[in-house]
Design a protein around this ligand. Sequence first.
Ligand SMILES: [Zn+2]
Length: 388
Amino acid sequence: MAGEGVFTTTVVGSWPRPSWLIAELRRKNRGEITYEQFSEVADEAVLLAVKYQEDAGVEVLSDGEQRRDNFYSFVADKLEGIKLMTVAEVMDFVKDKQRYEELLRRLDVPAFAIKSPVAVATIRKKRPIALDELKFLKKHTKSRIKIPLPGPYMLTRASWIDPVSREAYWDREDLAKEYVKLLREEIKALAEAGADFIQLDEPTLTEVVYGGESSQTFMCAALFSKTDPTEELKFATELVNKVVQGISGVRIGVHVCRGNWSRAEGSLLSGDYKPLIPYFQEMKIDQLVLEFATQRAGELKVFEGVSGIKELGLGVVNPRTDEVEPVEQIIAKTKEAVKYFDPDKIYLNPDCGFGTFAESPVNKPKIAYEKLVSMVRAAEQLRKEYGG
Ligand SMILES: [Zn+2]
């Protein structure tokens, strides 16, 4: 893979969308304009997101997910057979509504803002999942490009809902097969068209471990599938491996965080990556893109004596705060990571996106930009020390 260095800087994906884009997004969701009409407006927002990242000096950039209403529900624009349902609509299928509502309040989930893609019929591709995003970026930047994709476990978990999905897909495994096929096709097409980095987003893996009985609603997913966490993690690992098996010529990462829907840190999950490490070791991927700026993610020490993990995408800035992390703080965090990974195996990135959900971005472009600048400066200083 070309252009390797030490402490390569990148992003996780999303960028806060301009208000005029959100207005158009709403029009698209109401059916007043087509995806293509919306996408033309989004082109301008993508250029802005790219400009911010390039000005900050980020080396591997994204399109800020400007065409997506969030990192996974956007598949409803791309796939037939998927219907977007709000948390409130999904709630119609929940038995204990009162408990569920209390939970949503406690977790600070914007119940009417977050929509989940639910499989309601046989899924067929209407449009490429992300190839349009890549093609536009290729025309407008010479930088290396990361394309985030919703991971197969996350997609399956969010979109198989009993009984609405059952007619088309008898069980989750059945639906998972469909997503594996679609994601493989997409990744191959993206690699061929020159994507440098594909990132599979699997944020709900931490929920499997730390969500417990009481927060089965993390991102509206898995309302009905309270199964053994070990089985879930095995299932997720298997799906990731089926998606990436035999694909080469592009860096493939998996991103795992603890949710990014709220600035109320107390409402997001806590717990280190330790219980996930055996599964990470099994994943046939190039890089783990993890959050470490937030204290809720625990210590880097979990990697002590751990083999089989090729690269770490190290989260060094918290997307949900106004304080810009000082360069020295980022350097110190990175030096911790150097104990467990070689400098050329460490990427620097924010913990997550800055605008995961279109309607509830966790930061403003100005602050997001300053955080990227701080990260890039830290990388420059680190390179002086470690070479490359
Ligand atoms: Zn994340």
